[in-house]
Design a protein. Structure first.
Length: 144
């Protein structure tokens, strides 16, 4: 009398244990990365607002409106169609460097600063904000 018995009970518990160990190892690695600083310095995005409107066929006007991180914006670099442009401002609290970098004389760009930017019609106007921690960030990118 030959009899055969298929015993497959151990397959399911073994796979379950392997999966639990794998999940535990992955979770431990993620936690260790944060605890030991292996995730690196994660940069946060600054929130500021700049409005840009066309004045005529040769110029646009930009107004710095402030925002949540208004106390960290040192200045704005302006480019038109990827090249440096000419920016003018009549405020005594603003300094213009190289015709395209507008910064506040006190170290921060004052809220309400109005700038006139030379930009022909259908030009791409880009403003790159520089915060007090010296990290640049595009704050406006518009085609007018």
């Amino acid at each position: 009398m030959g009899f055969s018995r298929n015993n497959e009970e151990a397959v399911s518990p073994v796979i379950g244990v392997i999966l639990m160990v794998a999940v535990t190892v992955i979770l431990a690695a993620v936690i260790a990365a944060f605890v030991f600083g292996m995730a690196g310095n994660i940069q946060t995005t600054k929130v500021v607002e700049v409005t840009v409107e066309r004045v005529n066929s040769s110029y646009v006007t930009s107004i710095y409106q402030g925002g949540r991180d208004a106390g960290t914006l040192a200045g704005i670099y302006w480019t038109v169609n990827g090249a440096n442009t000419t920016v003018t401002d009549n405020s005594a609290s603003v300094t213009i460097t190289n015709n395209n970098y507008v910064s506040g004389t006190s170290g921060l760009l004052p809220i309400g600063t109005s700038m006139t930017i030379q930009a022909p019609s259908n030009s791409r106007v880009v403003g790159i904000g520089v915060s007090t921690d010296a990290l640049p960030q595009v704050i406006v990118d518009i085609t007018l």
